[in-house]
Design a protein around this ligand. Structure first.
Ligand code: PAF
Length: 282
């Protein structure tokens, strides 16, 4: 499978899909594909006649130069995995200059506060970078549906807001987190853990499950204290944040409402690798 490299190739490809009356799904990724991504690709294949997977490590969403440099780039392996999935799919793998020209910078969006908490509070400019590349891809491809994983749950809500405020006609589809058998959420970063730390990593999911159990009877404050306590006592983890927030507005919960859905969100460093996860609480 030869990837499309230029915007003009993508325009031609999308035009021919439209002209033949087919529906088109877009799966934006940064590559280093794992089973979680492949599930999303399969979902798009099952809901659309044709699927375009973009593979692009987007520089403007990294607020840390080292993180950008270390991000795995595995195009050949990714293409092999997609070939195995099969189906009517193409790949778009542009260079940075193709997407950004000479100006590698992001647009400043007003995401109505969704970007002021959690990932947004700890990764300055991150969501402006995500918004910039996702808007560029959506406008270039013009898909019927675009697919994003719930692993980056805050990102998913921000992309929903993006298409609303920028008036982009597309259905945004959220796909459930895919976990390893021990509960660790699949992530391109998991491969950077040593064998020993990989064995420690499911502690995140176990703690979120326990937080969910406690949320049934305890206040959000008490549940957060519990999570901070167990992470504080763990020799390998450094907790960055634990938040309990509304699942659509992402507003940290002050007082639980019976009519609202909540999620717990967590980011932690394990041996220098930053891992995030989230879990529906009710
Ligand atoms: O979730 C990701 O992999 C990226 O943030 C995305 C949506 C592909 C934008 O670069």
């Amino acid at each position: 499978m030869k990837p499309l490299k230029t915007k003009s190739e993508v325009r031609d490809f999308c035009r021919s899909v439209r002209d033949s009356g087919k529906s088109l799904g877009l799966v934006p990724t940064m590559g280093a594909l794992h089973r979680g991504h492949l599930e999303i690709v399969r979902r798009s294949l099952s809901e659309n006649d044709t699927t375009l997977v973009s593979i692009f490590v987007n520089p403007t969403q990294f607020n840390n130069a080292q993180d950008l440099e270390k991000y795995p780039r595995t195009l050949e392996g990714d293409l092999a995995k997609l070939r195995e999935v099969g189906g009517d799919l193409r790949v778009f793998a542009p260079e940075v200059s193709e997407m950004y020209g000479d100006a590698v910078s992001s647009r400043a969006y007003d995401f109505k506060g969704l970007d002021q908490v959690m990932e947004g509070a700890f990764r300055e400019g991150h969501f402006n970078g995500v918004g910039t590349i996702v808007e560029a891809l959506l406008r270039l491809v013009g898909p019927d549906r675009a697919y994003f994983g719930e692993k980056d749950y805050q990102q998913l809500q921000i992309i929903r807001k993006l298409v609303e405020i920028r008036d982009i006609p597309v259905e945004i589809v959220g796909c459930p987190i895919v976990r390893e058998v021990d509960g660790l959420a699949m992530s391109s970063r998991n491969g950077r853990l040593t064998k020993r730390l990989r064995e420690e990593a499911p502690f995140i999911y176990r703690t979120l499950e326990e937080a969910k159990r406690r949320f049934g009877t305890k206040s959000a404050g008490k549940v957060k204290e519990f999570v901070e306590g167990v992470f504080g006592a763990h020799p390998d983890f450094e907790l960055e944040y634990i938040e309990i927030a509304g699942d659509r507005d992402l507003k940290p919960v002050l007082r639980k409402s019976r009519h609202k859905k909540y999620r717990a969100f967590l980011a932690a460093y394990l041996g220098g690798v930053r891992l995030i996860d989230n879990l529906a609480l009710n």
